[in-house]
Ligand binder design. Structure first.
Ligand SMILES: *Cc1c(COP(=O)(O)O)cnc(C)c1O
Length: 424
């Protein structure tokens, strides 16, 4: 037997998380789904949950449902996700999107850090984060300058450059804990310490990290964080994002969007704004209850499975993928575009090839005798493989590498157009 096949079988048979695959909906049983880091799978429980929410809670109970269960949902789910982030109870809230939360927290941090003008991020960051920072700098018109730490290889940020950039004029560092393309994982504790030594605050974007790696916001003294819930948390398309503010910073910071849900007593209908003293200070308006409620099943599943076990399997999956890729794909010009060191890697692996877009098309639309595989394409040359320990298997990783080998050997990608749709 092929040693890789034997290994995949053994790892799947002894996988402690194998039961969790059936928690999720598998519409096409044969589809190999490696896009859970972009849009996680649907938890089956959500079909009945959302049906009930629409039919009973909205249709039947109408406005009474706000007091029955809806009003406290943002905070209750915030406390649930806090359990995955190593965050204190009462420090985390669901509201709006990652981009909007990033705006609120970056703005409030820069206001708090008046007199300091440097903002540091990196060239590996997700562009929306940089756009938001650029917009705030323009809006504040206070001479902020944004400095981006570079990367020599598109995989690792240049940490020496970062150390040189941070100084007493630095207001804020904002970084993705796991970078969206290469999957590089920052050392949160080290960066927090480096920033704090110079009086700077750190705002972490946990979008590609929550549910993928172990995070300890409280014990690493993190200041601020945001993150989305539709990736590894399986919350559904456009599900609300979370935000975290270190408890002793909450009352020192101001929310730039002063909506009534951030008021200390929204239903007093005071004519003047006075922010809440707790994390609700960073809320804005009525939350999207249908989307918000769908987040719970995914969170419960991850809490039950446990992050240590999820992380252990994630490293085993990505390690297996890299081991197979090195042996079988090197000769076709495929290069690893993610860190080798598992401690510096999140739960997705990127492979580089000049024909990455057409290779993805060939995997998604295979010949009849092969199962479809859905990785992500990230411009210009990344095939990105999101590995979700709750539902991906070692057998799927094996199948992916074998299929990719066929695509490359037979140059199957030549049959596909280089044109790309709106969403890739
Ligand atoms: C996915 C992702 C986002 C998404 O932002 P939205 O406002 O929710 O669309 C932001 N930042 C990072 C790092 C991401 O990975």
């Amino acid at each position: 037997m092929d040693p890789f096949l034997a290994k995949a079988r053994h790892l799947d048979e002894t996988d402690e998380l194998r039961e969790y695959r059936s928690v999720f909906f598998h519409g096409e049983e044969e589809l190999v789904y490696f896009d859970g880091n972009s849009l996680g799978r649907l938890a089956v429980e959500n079909i009945a949950r959302i049906n009930d929410l629409v039919g009973q809670e909205w249709g039947g109970r109408l406005i009474r449902s706000w007091n029955d269960s809806w009003y406290g949902l943002s905070l209750n789910l915030g406390n649930k996700v806090a359990g995955l982030l190593g965050a204190e109870q009462g420090s985390t809230l669901f509201s709006e999107s990652t981009s909007t939360n990033l705006y609120k927290l970056a703005w409030s941090a820069l206001r708090h850090q008046k007199g300091r003008s440097k903002i540091i991020s990196d060239t590996l960051n997700f562009p929306t984060d940089l756009y938001i920072l650029q917009g705030i700098a323009k809006e504040m018109n206070a001479g902020h300058n944004i400095q981006l730490v570079g990367s020599r290889d598109g995989i690792y940020p240049d940490l020496d450059e970062m150390e040189n950039l941070i100084d007493e004029n630095t207001a804020l560092l904002t970084l993705s804990l796991v970078t969206f393309k290469s999957g590089y994982l920052y050392d949160m504790e080290k960066i927090n310490r480096l920033a704090h030594d110079h009086g700077a605050l750190v705002l972490w974007d946990l979008s590609h990290a929550a549910g993928a790696v172990e995070i300890d916001l409280a014990s690493t003294s993190a200041d601020l964080a945001v993150g989305c819930s539709y990736k590894y948390l399986n919350g559904g398309p456009g599900s609300p994002a979370f935000l975290y503010v270190k408890p002793d910073l909450i009352r020192k910071l101001e929310n730039p969007i002063q909506g009534w849900f951030g008021h200390h007593d929204p239903f007093a209908f005071d004519l003047g704004y006075s922010g809440a003293d707790d994390i609700r200070r960073f809320a804005v308006g009525s939350p999207p209850i249908l989307s918000l409620a769908a987040v719970e099943a995914g969170l419960d599943t991850i809490l039950e499975a446990g992050m240590p076990e999820i992380r252990r399997k994630s490293i085993a999956l990505s390690g297996f993928l890299m081991e197979m890729a090195a042996g079988k794909l090197d000769k076709y010009g495929v290069e690893l575009a993610s860190p080798q060191d598992p401690h510096r890697r999140g739960s997705h692996v990127s492979l580089r090839h000049p024909e990455a877009w057409r290779i993805c098309q060939a995997l998604i639309h295979p010949p009849k005798n092969r199962k479809p595989i859905m990785p992500d394409f990230r411009a210009p040359d990344n095939v990105r493989v999101g590995l979700c320990p709750l539902y991906n298997t070692f057998g799927e990783v094996l199948y992916f590498i074998q299929s990719l080998e066929e695509v490359l050997l037979n140059k199957e990608y030549l049959a596909f157009s280089a044109e790309r749709p709106d969403v890739t």
